[in-house]
Design a protein around this ligand. Structure first.
Ligand code: SF4
Ligand code: SF4
Length: 442
């Protein structure tokens, strides 16, 4: 048992609910008959399709080109025929232009052999392979990794922080990868450290993953540059700003980025994908997803091809159990409820959660009782009650001045509120209104 643990101010302690899948080894989903691959799976500009209906594609083939710096290319995860390129439902709740591929007899995963010369690659060559492979942050945010690895010259980066917190309740895909793919993750960590030329690399893992902590401590013993930190179990411990505060004591300023305090944060899954991209030239065409919750018959940690419809993965997990009431893409705190199970797995899909009526149905909202519990737990030191009320009364500019855009939408305020105020929903609404007003004005 590791005794000293690091954390941040605020946060909440929802039930972890990881017991269903934390001990289950990663399984592979049988190859799907069809994949739906959205051309937007990242923050930034969507990729542009370079295939048409009727084209035959191979696994790993480029099907969407990145035309802007803040964008990534998209690759076929299945070998077969492109049946249509059209908008399809996306886990973000919108329709996104997607390439639909039907599998045929030519489907075969390439051998992706290790490049014996990879250690001789320059920093720019490694970054180019990461870009070409379409790597994005796999913890859910989907920020293009090559962009994060290209800070402006005036931002001196001295710490690389590897995020192994996995603080979202229910989810265990990162945990299982840390146990089963430790060497690959550490290979990616070394590559990221070399690219950023940092003095220190910190791997942060929550204390509820003792087996992963032990593995990483053992594998990094004697390495001066890499340290493994035990993080206190608290939500949102894996938020970038909270993680930086916990392990370095540095505070990212309002409206700022981790690079403003000399830090870059990467998720453990991203490190593994970086390793495969640089050493094997493997594009990001599959990932591990936790399928869990009381509404799934056989929960598990499943490796799936990007673009696989969620419906197929749930079927592989035995289908829906009797109490199934709500389908969530991601975890219960930051995940997005889905109206259809045809949405595909994207690069940022860490979990598929099926809740039952008891957990899905929230009691009705009541008036605020001014208890300030939401203020106490807000990890961004905001006043969620005030911001939400301002949005409710269409005082959007006042809400912005109260730090509307500093909110990371962690949901801690809504979770703790005894009046069940839909605080985070008001805040999301306020951001959308302000963003649209800015667009209209410009
Ligand atoms: S206001 Fe935003 S950052 Fe603060 S607790 Fe609520 S959702 Fe999280
Ligand atoms: S926690 Fe809920 S009831 Fe308490 S101050 Fe915040 S919004 Fe009001």
């Amino acid at each position: 048992m590791f005794r000293k643990s690091f954390t941040f101010r605020g946060g909440v302690h929802p039930r972890e609910n990881k017991f269903r899948t934390e001990h289950l080894a990663i399984e592979s989903l049988p190859i799907p008959g069809q994949v739906v691959i959205p051309l937007l799976q990242h923050i930034g500009t969507p990729a542009e399709p370079i295939v048409r209906k009727g084209d035959r594609v191979k696994v790993g083939q480029l099907i969407g080109e990145a035309k802007k710096f803040v964008s990534v290319p998209i690759h076929a995860s299945l070998g077969g025929i492109v049946v249509v390129v059209e908008p399809r439902p996306h886990p973000l709740g919108i329709d996104v232009l997607s390439v639909v591929i039907d599998r045929d007899e030519t489907d075969q995963m390439p051998a992706f052999s290790k490049d014996p010369e990879w250690k001789t690659l320059s920093v720019e060559e490694m970054k180019f392979r990461i870009l070409q492979s379409g790597i994005v942050g796999m913890g859910g945010a989907g920020f293009p990794t090559h962009v994060k690895l290209s800070p402006p010259p005036d931002k001196k980066i001295d710490r690389l922080i590897i995020n192994g917190a996995e603080c979202e309740p229910y989810l265990t895909s990162d945990h299982r990868m840390m146990i089963e793919q430790t060497d690959e993750i550490l290979g990616g960590v070394r590559i990221l450290g070399k690219i950023l030329n940092v003095k220190e690399i910190i791997i942060g893992i929550e204390a509820n993953k003792q087996d992963a902590l032990k593995r990483f401590r053992k594998k990094t013993a004697g390495l001066k540059k890499i340290q493994v930190f035990v993080l206190r179990v608290k939500y949102p411990q894996g938020g970038e700003k909270q993680l930086i505060k916990a392990v370095t004591g540095r505070e990212v300023p309002s409206g700022g980025l981790p690079m403003d305090v000399g830090c870059i944060v990467q998720n453990v899954g991203t490190a593994q994908a970086v390793y495969e991209a640089v050493c094997y030239r493997k594009p990001l065409i599959e990932r591990v997803v936790t399928v869990t919750g009381p509404g799934v018959i056989r929960p598990g940690n499943i490796r799936v091809r990007i673009g696989t419809p969620i419906r197929e993965i749930i079927a592989f997990c035995g289908g829906l159990a009797e109490p199934a009431a709500k389908l969530v893409h991601g975890g219960p705190m930051m995940g997005i409820s889905q109206y259809t199970d045809t949405v595909p797995v994207i690069k940022g899909t860490s979990g598929i959660l099926v809740l039952d009526k008891k957990t899905a149905n929230q009691p009705p909202e009541k008036p605020c009782i001014s208890c300030a519990r939401c203020v106490d737990v807000c990890p961004m030191r905001l006043m969620p009650n005030r911001i939400a009320t301002l949005v409710e009364y269409a005082q959007h500019e006042a809400a912005r001045l109260q730090g509307l855009f500093d909110c990371m939408e962690c949901g801690s305020c809504s979770f703790i509120c005894p009046a069940r105020r839909n605080l985070v929903q008001y805040i999301k609404l306020g951001k959308a209104v302000c963003t649209n007003n800015t667009k209209i004005a410009s």
